[in-house]
Write a protein that binds this ligand. Structure first.
Ligand code: PLP
Length: 391
């Protein structure tokens, strides 16, 4: 049998692919699973976005390859959105590249900026693809400690000069997955200055800037003084417009970063389906702020319900300031055992915290992607299971 290459043989499977398989098995045995693991929004996109997709799909000219850099119209819409939302001017032809979802760019930037033996600075805890991208590139992951005490900002204070010199990229993500932490300009500034000093590419992975609660506001890395020459931002339509399955996002940054990304990406894919870009223009140009606020209010009510029910289920969490997750500490045992038991015994699927880095092992992550009655039912089941567990 032909041998699989080491880089794939040694790569652990993606956690949500594994959980999906376990859920399918239980569902085929008749279990009613409540899925609170992946961050796939359950609410629909705005109607006008679906209308734009359907309208564009009826045009016989719209079924060929749409171009390696996407359509000029979608790039211009991203530029308008950044100008209006963040007062940041980006050249739509050289500083913006549409993506098939922002996840692919996590891997592409790792491949484009990491040589074997280089260091990727990855917050512990953070989105798992940051460390996977580094591994696929043959680089080494150095986890930056982050904790509730420091607002889940990465701690750079103990990084040795040797590590800082070998580091090529650093990942940031606020509002944060999995913790829901928020960061402001003052939080970002020392990290920007650190990256400038050591010539490290700062990758701001920013799919949640418009999912915030309690009057918090998400920002762009380009609003931070001095960030522009050293930073790339990834934005996504998946969460903000409930379009996760549509796979549409964009990378923004100075032309050399975008050129490197395009060089790699155009060798792998041939761009998106034209109607998806056209629907993306509609989403960015015409989604009312009131639609976003109404959607955030729904997540906020779910968040408050979930957080209030956690202690009876053996968990504890602070209400997050943004993103669509609740990061809960397991009061007895660890996150991996809790998540495994919750699925097996309560048929509630949640993500084990260790997936997000070594500092997450005592945690589990809930996604707020179920209506309130389902959240209530999930937590009732977890409470009953917890009562048996703690006997
Ligand atoms: C922090 C973060 N980055 C990137 C992504 C990928 O999003 P998408 O590829 O749908 O744009 C996710 C999805 O959960 C995420 O949480």
């Amino acid at each position: 049998m032909p041998q699989i290459a080491d880089r794939i043989r040694n790569l652990p499977p993606y956690i949500f692919a594994t959980i999906s398989q376990q859920k399918r098995q239980l569902a085929s045995d008749g279990a009613d699973i409540i899925s609170m693991d992946a961050g796939s929004p359950d609410l629909p996109p705005p109607d006008s976005v679906i209308d734009a997709l359907a309208h564009s799909a009826r045009n016989p000219q719209h079924h060929g390859y749409a171009g390696y850099s996407g359509t000029p119209g979608f790039r211009a819409a991203v530029a308008r959105h950044y100008a209006q939302r963040f007062h940041t001017e980006m050249d739509p032809d050289t500083e913006i590249l549409p993506l098939l979802g922002s996840k692919e760019a996590v891997i592409y930037f790792s491949l484009a900026y990491l040589n074997a033996g280089d260091i990727a600075l990855v917050p512990s805890v953070g989105y798992p693809s940051y460390s996977m991208g580094a591994r696929i590139a043959g680089a080494t992951v150095h986890y930056l400690p982050s904790s509730a005490e420091t607002g889940y900002l990465p701690d750079l204070s103990n990084l040795s000069a040797e590590l800082a010199q070998k580091a090529r990229i650093l990942w940031l993500n606020y509002p944060n997955n999995p913790t829901g932490a928020i960061a402001n300009v003052d939080d970002y500034q020392p990290i920007v200055d650190f990256c400038l000093k050591h010539d490290i590419l700062l990758l701001s992975d920013n799919p949640y800037y418009d999912i915030t609660y309690d009057r918090n506001q998400g920002i762009s890395i380009f609003e931070v003084p001095r960030a522009r020459p050293i930073a790339v931002e990834l934005m996504s339509l998946s969460k903000t417009y409930n379009m996760a399955g549509w796979r549409l996002g964009a990378a923004l940054g100075d032309a050399p970063y975008i050129k490197a990304l395009l060089n790699l990406k155009s060798n792998v894919d041939s761009g998106h389906f034209r109607p998806v870009y056209d629907a993306g223009i509609e989403a960015l140009d015409h989604t009312a702020r009131s639609w976003i606020e109404a959607r955030n209010a729904i997540y906020e009510r779910r968040r408050d319900l979930l957080v209030s029910l956690l202690p009876a289920a053996g968990l504890q969490a602070e209400p997050p300031g943004g993103a669509m997750y609740v990061w809960a500490r397991v009061l007895q045992g660890n996150g991996a055992d809790y998540a495994r038991g919750a699925l097996q015994h309560a048929h509630v699927s949640i993500a084990p915290g260790g997936t997000y880095g070594p500092d997450g092992e005592d945690y589990v992550r809930f996604s707020l992607v179920n209506p309130e009655p389902r959240i209530q039912e999930a937590l009732d089941r977890l409470r009953l299971w917890q009562e048996i567990r703690s006997r």
